[in-house]
Design a protein around this ligand. Sequence first.
Ligand SMILES: NC(=O)c1ccc[n+]([C@@H]2O[C@H](COP(=O)([O-])OP(=O)(O)OC[C@H]3O[C@@H](n4cnc5c(N)ncnc54)[C@H](O)[C@@H]3O)[C@@H](O)[C@H]2O)c1
Ligand SMILES: [Zn+2]
Ligand SMILES: [Zn+2]
Length: 372
Amino acid sequence: MTTAAKAAICRGHDHPFAIEDVTLDALRPDELRVRVVACGICHTDLAVRDKQLPVPLPVVLGHEGAGIVEEVGSAVTVAKPGDRVVMSFNSCGACPSCDADAPTYCYQFFPHNWSGTRADGTPTMFAGDQPINANFFGQSTFATHAIAHQRNVVKVPDIAADIPLDRLAPIGCGLMTGAGAVLNSMKVRAGLPIAVFGTGTVGMAAIMAAKIAGANPIIAVDVHDSRLQLALELGATHAFNGRDDAIGKIRELVPQGLGYAFDTTGINSIIQDAWGLLAPMGICGMVGASDPADNVVFNEAAFMGGGRRVMGILGGDSDLVTFLPELIAYHVDGKFPFERLIGYFDFDQINEAIEASESGQVVKPVLRMGAE
Ligand SMILES: NC(=O)c1ccc[n+]([C@@H]2O[C@H](COP(=O)([O-])OP(=O)(O)OC[C@H]3O[C@@H](n4cnc5c(N)ncnc54)[C@H](O)[C@@H]3O)[C@@H](O)[C@H]2O)c1
Ligand SMILES: [Zn+2]
Ligand SMILES: [Zn+2]
C-alpha cells in the first residue's frame, strides 16, 4: 500500500525548499513507515543542497527524524506500530565494519544513505508518477511520513517516556557524533585536557560528553561569543575566541599540551594548529566537512616521536542500538542537556529555520511536522 505525504523538496542552493505532495512506496519486509513528529536540521543537509556531497538532486533531505511507527514490514523486530522512535543513518549489516559493530564505517554506506534510492536502486518516494530522490540516511524526514529501516530505527526507551519526540529528534546525528567522538572514538580519559574547535551542535555535544568523561580543562574555541558563553554553561572550563589568538592562549593554559584536540570546523589551518598543541600520545579527532580537495600537513617527526594520533571520525563511532539509549539516559539524568541548543520551527518555516542555522542565531533548529 502506498502512502500520501508532504515532503520538502531540495532543488539546490538557489531554490528555497518547497513543501509538495509525494507518495511513499509500499514497505519491504525490513522497512517501517514512521509518521514524522519532528526533524533536526544539520549542516550535512545544507552541504548536500550546496552539492558538496555526491547526493543526487532534487532530493528529500532530513536525517534527524523522530516519530511514531505506523506500519512495519514482516521482518521488522526493532519496533511495532505505535512505538515512539528516533532515526539515524542506515547500514548494510553484513560488511566487515557492520560485523564489528562499527556501522558508521559500513562498506555500503553510500547506497544505503546517499544514493537517493534504496540500496538496490528502487525508489522509496514518488512525486506524481515520477520517482524522486529520497531515502537520505535511510529516512528523508523533512516530510510528514518516512520509510525507515530495521537497522536505522531505535525505539525510545521507557525511561524517556516523558521526553517529547521533538526534543529527541536531533540525537541521531550531530549530537551523537560529538558525544561519540569523545566517549567512543577518542575515549577521553578523566583529568586530561581537551580543546574543542567549533561549538555548533557537534562541538557542544563533545563539550557535554567531555564533562561526563571528567576531562580537565575543557576548552571551547569559536568565533561567536554567544556560543562560547553557552559552551561555558554546558561544561567548558575555558572559552577562547578564534579571532583572538586562541592557539596562543591554549598553549599558555596547558603548557604540557592537550590530551585531545577535537576539530568540528573542517578548516585545515585550524586542524594543523590544533594538532600542534598535542601532548605525547595526544589525539586530534576531526569530523568537519571540508573541501574534498583539501589536505592537511603534519610534521613527520613530531607525529611519530610522541605517538600522536590523528583520527577521522564518522558519526562518533556510534553503534545505534547501544549508544543512542546511553545518550538518552544521560539526557534523562540531566548530564546531556542538549535542549539548550534547540530552536523550534513549524515544518512550513523550513527556509526560515535554515536561515537561523546559517546565521548562527540557532545552534540546532528542529522542525515540527505534527503533534505527537
Ligand atoms: N563526521 C561526521 O560524522 C559528522 C556528523 C555531523 C556533522 N558533521 C560535520 O561537522 C561539522 C560541524 O557540524 P555542526 O552541526 O556542529 O556545524 P556548525 O556550523 O553548527 O558548527 C561549526 C562551528 O564552527 C565555528 N567556526 C567557524 N569558523 C571558526 C574558526 N575559524 N574558529 C573557530 N570556530 C569556528 C562556527 O562558528 C560554528 O559554531 C560540519 O562540517 C558538519 O557537516 C560531521
Ligand atoms: Zn555494512
Ligand atoms: Zn547530520
